[in-house]
Design a protein around this ligand. Structure first.
Ligand SMILES: C[S@@+](CC[C@H](N)C(=O)[O-])C[C@H]1O[C@@H](n2cnc3c(N)ncnc32)[C@H](O)[C@@H]1O
Length: 286
């Protein structure tokens, strides 16, 4: 039979298949997909049906949850389901707090290691590169300081973008001109309207696929600072609690955790002290 893409365009994500997908995504990745997101999900996944020559969501779910589909299609499905909105210097006060308070405090005692920063749920990289720009400004004035940034996400598509570090010029409007001059390179192709983060900064970052919902984090290092912003809002309270406990385990004593401005740890009884707007310091309870 010849595949007719118009049939795929007309495919409807029925309640049964929606439940299969939403339960799987919620259990494995924490993201809540309540009933009112069914049409949004249908819209996001139609292109996958077309790509795979399927004309119904029943065929699609049969495939995606098969042994082979879990290896080949599941990562694509996650890519299309996750909400990846991000910006350079989003919630800008955080970068100022890092530069003006945390880094000077870090430098006030002798260190044998660079400051280690984790941008968990880093999306396409704007967050970790903003951190890098803020931190690198300190290196420019004090050569004793150094840092590394580790960026993770569950979206391979976003991680590829982060690794390439090429962004539309218009997305960099928010970056101060001086900072742009130091860290961005304009594409030589004048028709392209793109910029790339300079290698000097890119070299400070590494990226890896990581699921915040893993029971134990297989990341063999502790961090001075963790950014985990604008992802917990998609999780249930219990999942938020589990993720936060795991993040705290990966934070050095008195290290700092940044959450998104609309995220809260109220009533969670975690070993964290609120030190600024959604910035928390790990405390050691005796
Ligand atoms: C809205 S973006 C936030 C990006 C950035 N932190 C910021 O504040 O601009 C949320 C990101 O969380 C990622 N994400 C969702 N669930 C995740 C999980 N279980 N583990 C790791 N990352 C996840 C998504 O793929 C997406 O890129």
């Amino acid at each position: 039979m010849i595949f007719n893409p118009l049939l795929a365009y007309k495919a409807v994500l029925e309640q049964k298949e929606f439940k299969l997908i939403s339960q799987y995504i919620n259990q494995n990745y924490g993201i809540k997909l309540p009933d009112h997101k069914r049409i949004m999900l249908q819209g996001r996944l139609i292109n996958r049906l077309i790509k795979l020559n399927f004309t119904s969501f029943k065929e699609y779910t049969n495939y995606v949850f098969s042994e082979q589909g879990k290896l080949t299609e599941l990562p694509n499905m996650i890519d299309f389901i996750s909400t990846n909105k991000t910006d350079f210097f989003r919630e800008a006060v955080h970068f100022k707090f890092l530069k003006d308070i945390i880094i000077p405090e870090f430098m006030s005692t002798p260190k044998s290691q660079p400051m280690r920063i984790w941008s968990a749920a880093c999306s396409s990289g704007e967050e970790p590169y903003s951190i890098a720009m803020a931190a690198n400004d300190v290196i420019n004035t004090n050569s004793r300081f150094d840092f590394t940034i580790f960026g993770t996400d569950i979206s391979n598509r976003m991680l590829e973008k982060a690794q390439k570090a090429i962004y539309p010029l218009k997305s960099t409007i928010i970056i101060p001109l001086e900072t742009k001059k130091k860290y961005l390179l304009k594409s030589k192709d004048s028709g392209k309207n793109e910029v790339r983060i300079k290698k000097e900064l890119r070299d400070k970052l590494s990226f890896m696929w990581h699921n915040l919902m893993d029971k134990e984090y297989e990341i063999n290092q502790e961090f001075d600072v963790i950014f985990c912003r604008n992802v917990l809002i998609y999780f249930s309270k219990e999942d938020q609690m589990q993720v936060l406990q795991n993040l705290i385990k990966k934070l050095k004593p008195y290290g700092y955790l940044f959450l998104g401005h609309s995220e809260s740890i109220t009533n969670m009884n975690l070993p964290l002290e609120n030190v600024s707007q959604t910035v928390f310091k790990k405390i050691i309870r005796s």
